[in-house]
Design a protein around this ligand. Structure first.
Ligand SMILES: CC(C)(COP(=O)(O)OP(=O)(O)OC[C@H]1O[C@@H](n2cnc3c(N)ncnc32)[C@H](O)[C@@H]1OP(=O)(O)O)[C@@H](O)C(=O)NCCC(=O)NCCS
Length: 153
């Protein structure tokens, strides 16, 4: 769908006061969610932790780790009721700009082969498959491979 601008949508750095809501969203989105502690550790470690907000409501979050000239998108999600409205596309474009501002030359990420929506979005944004990481993710039965993607900046 073509993304219609959403009034009041903005991006800001994740705050300690966002952690409970981010962890709640994460739990509603993933079968194997990060814990609140994982998000807190990411903030403490100085990763680029951002939220997409609509007014006061957190509707998406992203964790980007930059090391030297490489960025790695460790987590990226949009709240279920806000999906398929272009929020992910705009927020991902913002995170790519965050990586560029940090002087990264490439953004890496992993995605499950079964995650059709995310794969579609990443392909549309120009990410290309670099490798397959066998049995990377926990799954209901055994483990699932990850597709390892990269976007050269
Ligand atoms: C992946 C995710 C962040 C996308 O966010 P979003 O706000 O829905 O993204 P957008 O609305 O900008 O774009 C979604 C695109 O996927 C497409 N899409 C949705 N469901 C799809 C499906 N089952 N198969 C293929 N494409 C699909 C939409 O049509 C849209 O593409 P279009 O703009 O060409 O029409 C969101 O689905 C999400 O949070 N998922 C759960 C967490 C997750 O999997 N994160 C990624 C981990 S790697």
């Amino acid at each position: 769908m073509s993304a219609v601008p959403i009034p009041q949508l903005h991006y800001r750095r994740m705050r300690a006061s966002d952690l409970a809501e981010v962890a709640r969203l994460e739990k509603s989105l993933y079968e194997f969610p990060w814990s609140l502690g994982n998000f807190r550790d990411s903030v403490t470690a100085g990763y680029d932790c951002w939220v997409a907000a609509h007014g006061d409501a957190v509707i998406g979050y992203a964790i980007l780790m930059v090391a030297l000239d490489e960025a790695h998108l460790l987590n990226f999600a949009v709240a279920p009721e806000w999906q398929n409205q272009g929020v992910g596309r705009g927020f991902l474009a913002h995170m790519v700009e965050v990586a560029r501002d940090a002087k990264a030359q490439i953004v890496y990420l992993e995605v499950r082969p079964s995650n059709a929506a995310a794969r579609h979005l990443y392909r549309k944004m120009g990410f290309q498959q670099i490798a397959i990481r066998p049995e990377y993710y926990p799954a209901a039965h055994g483990r699932e491979d990850a597709l390892f993607l990269g976007l050269t900046l």
